[in-house]
Design a protein around this ligand. Structure first.
Ligand code: AMP
Length: 194
């Protein structure tokens, strides 16, 4: 089962992705987590991506695609995976299509977490206090939101056009409540929009 979990910054996808991976018995890959580890290790890749991430800018497609491609070629992903934070652009989605086609696989469902903008701002402020993420400042959050609208929302159109199932899930509520909704949607009995 290959699931893409999508949602704007602050929608809770980073929190829900590991829960869904546990529920489905598959691994989770968060490009944000991988990139944050690289940035903190100060590797060559980290030195390239750290300033972009701090500014709330997207990392270039070729770098993220390379990370994901290496990861998807690993054998232990055969049972499936939850992708969190990828693809974030149509270019990344196309690159992913190629890798999966080579492997004779496809995306089973795209879960799109829905949270109103006012609630997003509030959540990100809270996360900034709790986790101290360098990219959770008002200016960078505005930039990430704008990128989400301009570059990531078209990814949904890409999958819709390809006939991939898209499930809109209400992301407002207690963590466990949202978790159940996502699990139901991944299983095919949630509210779906084809
Ligand atoms: P996230 O934890 O998913 O909010 O990602 C944090 C930051 O990592 C983003 O603001 C980007 O700078 C970078 N990033 C994560 N995933 C991607 C991606 N698929 N494409 C480009 N940049 C990404």
């Amino acid at each position: 089962m290959l699931v893409i979990l999508m949602g704007p910054p602050g929608s809770g996808k980073g929190r829900q992705a590991p829960l869904l991976a546990t529920d489905l018995g598959v691994k989770q890959l968060s490009t944000g987590d991988v990139l944050r580890v690289e940035a903190s290790r100060g590797s060559a890749l980290g030195a390239t991506v750290a300033p972009l991430m701090e500014a709330g800018a997207l990392v270039p497609d070729d770098l993220v695609v390379r990370i994901i491609t290496d990861w998807l070629r690993e054998d232990d992903l055969a049972p499936g995976a939850v992708l969190d934070g990828f693809p974030r652009t149509v270019g990344q989605a196309r690159a992913l299509d190629h890798v999966l086609a080579d492997q004779g696989r496809g995306i089973d469902v795209v879960i799109s977490l829905q949270v109103p903008e006012e609630a997003l701002a509030e959540r990100i402020l809270r996360r900034a206090e709790e986790q101290g993420r360098a990219d959770d400042t008002p200016a960078t959050v505005r930039r990430r939101m704008a990128d989400h609208r301009a570059k990531t929302e078209p990814v949904l159109d890409h999958y819709r056009a390809a006939g991939v199932r898209i499930a809109d899930v209400d992301g407002v509520g207690a963590i466990e409540v949202v978790r159940q909704r996502i699990r139901a949607a991944a299983g095919g009995d949630g509210h779906t929009r084809a």
